[in-house]
Ligand binder design. Structure first.
Ligand code: SAM
Length: 262
């Protein structure tokens, strides 16, 4: 049995709980999404660029909003998540909107689709759920064509250590505690308590995981706001959210990273 299989099972259950809440949340605003089918933010739209006719693998796709947004922009999308309810909801959404994408239920760390893609994509709230970034880097590399592009827009590991309640350290801690949370990061779910395990990963750990698996860094950027209204933030300009108790301090909220398979 893998050292982290118990933690991953706790997390899978947590995502089963969360998905039910998220589908009804204002945060994900499913009804508006159904009307305009675009959930992607400028960071990834501009950072990744043209995807028309490209094969795109989306890791940790949740219930498919970003996957279907890329498909609407012309990508041939395959999307993966380990939560059965998220995959079920994603398939239903794809069917309802008439936008084609393949949704697969799998743990990212054991994924082996025996297929190489032009693009591997992931975004916002993904790496912290993975206890082994070396394995993750290998999965990304295995699913990319030579010369293919990996792109991630993700919450910055510094942002994650500012949470007073969880008190995560900056560097990876294999003995991370199991945390109890009422509700989720979205609105709703006040009557739900969920347990989860989460691992912070330093920037150097992320770079090494990719480089040691044959990916070459193309671009890297850090941003001083979140494009999502995460808890504890206020809107300082349209679509730019910063922590309410840190409005005068410039902090890294998000990073984007683009790499190529050598
Ligand atoms: C914050 S969400 C995805 C982010 C996406 N930007 C969104 O907001 O829809 C994180 C997703 O990672 C998935 N996940 C967590 N650990 C995973 C794992 N080991 N393998 C596959 N999916 C995983 C969860 O089920 C969840 O759907």
């Amino acid at each position: 049995m893998n050292k982290f299989s118990k933690n991953l099972e706790i997390n899978r259950q947590s995502w089963e709980d969360r998905t039910a809440v998220h589908l009804k949340s204002k945060f994900y605003d499913l009804e508006s999404f159904k009307k305009n089918t675009m959930s992607l933010k400028p960071f990834e739209l501009e950072g990744l660029g043209e995807v028309k006719e490209k094969s795109l693998l989306h890791l940790q796709c949740h219930f498919g909003q970003d996957s279907l947004s890329w498909a609407r922009k012309g990508a041939k999308v395959t999307a993966v998540d380990f939560s059965p309810s998220a995959i079920k909801a994603a398939k239903a959404l794809s069917e309802e909107l008439g936008i084609k994408a393949e949704f697969i239920e799998s743990n990212v760390l054991t994924l082996d689709l025996k297929q190489e893609f032009d693009v591997v994509f992931m975004s916002y709230g993904t790496l912290g759920w993975l206890p082994d970034l070396k394995k993750w880097g290998a999965v990304v590399a295995k699913h990319l064509k030579q010369g293919g592009t990996f792109f991630i827009s993700e919450f910055h590991p510094v942002l994650n250590i500012l949470d007073e309640k969880t008190q995560f350290g900056y560097f990876f801690d294999e003995n991370t505690p199991t945390i109890k949370e009422i509700g989720s990061y979205t609105d709703g779910g006040e009557d739900m308590t969920t347990e989860y395990c989460w691992w912070n990963h330093s920037l150097s750990e992320i770079f090494v995981a990719l480089e040691s698996n044959g990916l070459k860094l193309q671009s890297f950027a850090e941003f001083d706001y979140s494009p999502y209204k995460i808890k504890g933030t206020v809107e300082r300009r349209k679509g730019q959210y910063v922590l309410e108790n840190r409005t005068k301090q410039s902090l890294p909220y998000v990073f984007t990273l683009k790499a190529t398979k050598k």
